[in-house]
Design a binder for this molecule. Structure first.
Ligand SMILES: Nc1ncnc2c1ncn2[C@@H]1O[C@H](COP(=O)(O)OP(=O)(O)OP(=O)(O)O)[C@@H](O)[C@H]1O
Length: 249
């Protein structure tokens, strides 16, 4: 699905990613953990094509295409989607409008006609119900006045409607109460498919009890310094990061 080789990136002139390598195959779920400031969100921003992040070396291949050469919209239409750590509020744009516009942009890129209004409403209502969200969320401005947990649910709602090939979840568990964490995890688990991959950034092993990853990686100082299976998260919970950082030094 995606192959990241020796990726280097700068933010505000400072090198944050320092030779990062990661390969994710279709159907796999990978989790990235690591100390604050290690570059985890920078990685997701670079993959999504966010402005202000300068790639200074390396390559990223997404389904055989050079991802770094694609515009943000092209990346989205090709099936890459990022759930933000801090979802943005878009005053004046209704949630339902954003979902429909995004879905139709995707369909257009695939040469498909726009979705018919009744089919769209049926799809969206079904996904809202799955996320245990009230229909009124459709007619509110995107994320405006949403609680922290509601914003995170809304990010997953977008994913359920848009069905990305590669879903990147940046700290989707932060700010969620216990019940909301389960709902969000169920949403993410329902995305699991043989032709879809998920990359989750998290600080807590707790999320990984609900969404069990195939691989866990530790990102520190701009590089992946250790990879393992889900048992690595338990080891990190117990020992912290110092033992790994000392080993690297
Ligand atoms: N726009 C920016 N301007 C200046 N520095 C930035 C910017 N974005 C990121 N950085 C710096 O890059 C480093 C990596 O940040 P990043 O958000 O990628 O870390 P992280 O691993 O996601 O951390 P956390 O676990 O705390 O969310 C930090 O030192 C941060 O201050």
């Amino acid at each position: 699905m995606i192959e990241i080789k020796d990726l280097h990136a700068k933010v505000e002139g400072r090198e944050i990613l320092k030779g990062l390598n990661l390969t994710i195959n279709p159907g796999e779920i990978h989790a990235i953990m690591g100390p604050n400031g290690a570059g985890k969100s920078t990685l997701s921003a670079v993959l999504a094509g966010r402005e202000g992040y300068e790639v200074t070396g390396g390559s990223v291949t997404f389904e055989g295409q050079d991802l770094l050469d694609m515009e943000v919209e092209e990346r989205a239409c090709a099936g890459l989607m990022l759930a933000f750590q801090y979802p943005v509020e878009i005053p004046g744009v209704k949630n339902v409008y954003l979902l429909k516009a995004a879905l139709n942009a995707q369909r257009k890129a695939r040469g498909e006609p726009e979705i018919e209004a009744p089919a769209f409403m049926q799809l969206v209502r079904e996904k809202l119900k799955f996320m245990k969200m009230d229909n009124s969320f459709l007619h509110r401005a995107v994320n405006e006045g949403f609680s922290g947990g509601e914003k995170k649910r809304n990010e997953i709602l977008q994913m359920l409607v848009l069905e990305p090939k590669l879903a990147i979840l940046d700290e989707i568990d932060s700010g969620l109460d216990i019940d909301a964490l389960k709902v969000v995890a169920e949403g993410v688990n329902s995305l699991r498919a043989a032709n879809r991959s998920i990359l989750m950034i998290t600080h807590y092993q707790r999320l990984l009890d609900y969404i069990v990853p195939d691989f866990i990686h530790v990102l520190a100082d701009g590089q992946i310094i250790k990879s393992g299976d889900k048992s690595l998260a338990l080891e990190l919970e117990e020992k912290g990061y110092d033992w790994l950082l000392e080993g690297t030094a």
